[in-house]
Design a protein around this ligand. Sequence first.
Ligand SMILES: [Zn+2]
Length: 246
Amino acid sequence: MMESGFERYSRQIAIPGFGEAGQRKLEAAHVVVAGLGGLGSAASIYLVAAGVGHLTLIDAQRVELSNLNRQVLHWSPDVKRLKIESAMEKLHALNPSVSIEAKAEKITWKNVDKLLRNADVVVDGVDNYQTRYLLNEACVRLRKPFVHGAVEGLTGQFTTIMPGDGPCLRCIIPKPPPKKRAFPVLSTTPGIIGCLQAMETIKLLTGIGQPLIGRMLFFDGQRASFEEIEIRRDPNCPVCGGMASL
Ligand SMILES: [Zn+2]
């Protein structure tokens, strides 16, 4: 089906300050979504629906039955398939004009720079701090905006790391929290945080609104509340400490 103009995006183009210029910026943009679990599912669905032109998805895992309560890109028939295959199929059907590249690779210090090299924004959809730190370090090195998100149970957190401008992940969380294997997550929690990450990414790409730099947002689903704290650069941070401010 041929689409005319920007009809698909007409309702967001109508937002003051967004316009066709904003849509063109999204169309020209390249976002890397690292991890296709709960956060990555929600973030990539909305990025593709919004018309981000180029997406790279990274995940080496296969779909498990216990993923399906929250990883909404993967459905019952997808169990045992590679997550990138399951995701590509759904995202392509949602918006065929988005060019999607998928890599079934485990993120390591050896491949991380290469994986992120062409990104305008990197979205944190991983489930462990070891990989988050690798992504954070590469984003600082390559000066890429990094939209961090994490969830557990009914709670979540997110912030935008703009190397040289605000703190990096290591400034905020100097040591990884104890490693947990299958931590509990309610169905909706990564949907909420992943959606906020997608919104933040769209804001960064189009220049609308104020990005969440130097602020961390905490969501508490038990109380249905958001709390914001100010976060600062650590001048002695082993990752971004020596970097000149923007
Ligand atoms: Zn830092």
